[in-house]
Design a binder for this molecule. Structure first.
Ligand code: ATP
Length: 313
């Protein structure tokens, strides 16, 4: 996959803890309470391992972060942010944080385990996904983004590596380390706590407004959604070059060619999400604009999590 570009340390003021729901308890577990199975993934500052809790037999994905490494790499804010955000979110399409604990060396997050692996791998194995499977996965991502955005959260690193597949074949968003929390305003809109233009994310999925240093909002996730849909249908992301710098040039120039095998509806959906102007991007005015797009003609949104899921390859 692609590695994330190292983000600027997040300077936001800590949120008032009284406003936060703490769903996942901090436990006094030790690593001895678990039987460790296979490595599920390696992040830039974490290791994620499948683990069984000896007492209960329950299976988790344990995200293990070395304290010294986090401090040295200036990632403390990101780790706190991820913990706090996962605690706020409660949706079938967001990886659930079940508990946390720590020892002298490490911080541990007990996450629900997504045994289907990354959407990235599913795309890689299928080379190109059918429009039918793409439609299903896109609908699930749209449903997840609608939820997190309604909670005032922008993910900022949406990409197929951060979208996991459950044992049932449904998608779950993970890695909220780059995410941003906006404060709810009385009018129902959300305001960023601080300057949100600092570049975070991954080059291939970064939106032009972020590259122009403009204050970024949920529009950045919609751009990344456009890139992800393109990648499902074509097997590679739309903006890719030899170096990050060249990738940025392509994004800013919107050097985009949509393959001729895309249906007119898929072409239009990707084209509308990859709009250079964040205010005119499909979905910024509301998710119904995406749900009612011709690409989803006949799609029953009310049955989303009850439908048969694409076959895992
Ligand atoms: P990054 O470098 O992308 O910021 P990170 O250190 O924040 O990574 P994650 O992205 O959360 O770590 O996890 C790294 C990888 O571990 C994921 O891409 C995925 O492959 C795997 N993984 C994470 N959480 C789970 C889970 N709940 N179930 C299964 N696999 C997981």
């Amino acid at each position: 996959g692609t590695s994330p570009v190292s983000p600027e340390p997040n300077q936001s003021k800590p949120l008032d803890p009284k406003q936060l729901v703490m769903r996942a308890p901090q436990m006094d577990f030790t690593s001895n309470d678990f039987l460790f199975a296979k490595l599920l993934g390696l992040g830039s500052y974490s290791k994620v391992t499948k683990a069984k809790r000896k007492n209960t037999g329950e299976i988790y994905a344990l995200k293990i972060m070395n304290k010294k490494h986090i401090i040295r790499e200036n990632k403390v804010k990101f780790v706190k942010m991820e913990r706090m955000i996962l605690d706020q979110l409660d949706h079938p399409g967001v990886v659930k944080l079940c508990f946390t604990f720590q020892d002298v060396h490490s911080l541990y997050m007990g996450l629900e385990c997504c045994t289907g692996g990354e959407l990235f791998e599913q795309i890689r194995r299928s080379k190109r996904m059918s429009e039918e499977d793409t439609r299903f996965y896109t609908a699930e991502i749209v449903d997840i983004l609608e939820y997190i955005h309604s909670q005032g959260i922008v993910h900022r690193d949406l990409k197929p590596e951060n979208i996991l597949i459950s044992a049932e074949g449904n998608l779950k968003l993970c890695d909220f380390g780059s995410a941003k929390m906006f404060r709810p305003l009385p009018n129902g809109f959300f305001q960023s706590e601080e300057d949100s233009s600092a570049f975070v994310g991954t080059a291939e999925y970064v939106s032009p407004e972020v590259l122009h240093g403009k204050s970024a909002s949920h529009s950045v996730d919609l751009w990344a959604l456009g890139c992800t849909i393109y990648q499902m249908l074509e097997g590679r992301p739309p903006f890719k070059a030899a170096t990050e710098y060249l990738t940025f040039q392509k994004v800013m120039a919107r050097e985009l060619s949509i393959p001729s095998h895309f249906s007119p509806e898929a072409k239009d959906l990707v084209d509308s999400l990859l709009n250079l102007k964040p205010n005119e991007r499909l979905g910024v005015q509301g998710y119904d604009d995406i749900k009612n797009h011709p690409f989803f003609k006949g799609f029953d949104w009310s049955r989303l999590r009850k439908m048969a899921t694409p076959k895992l390859l």
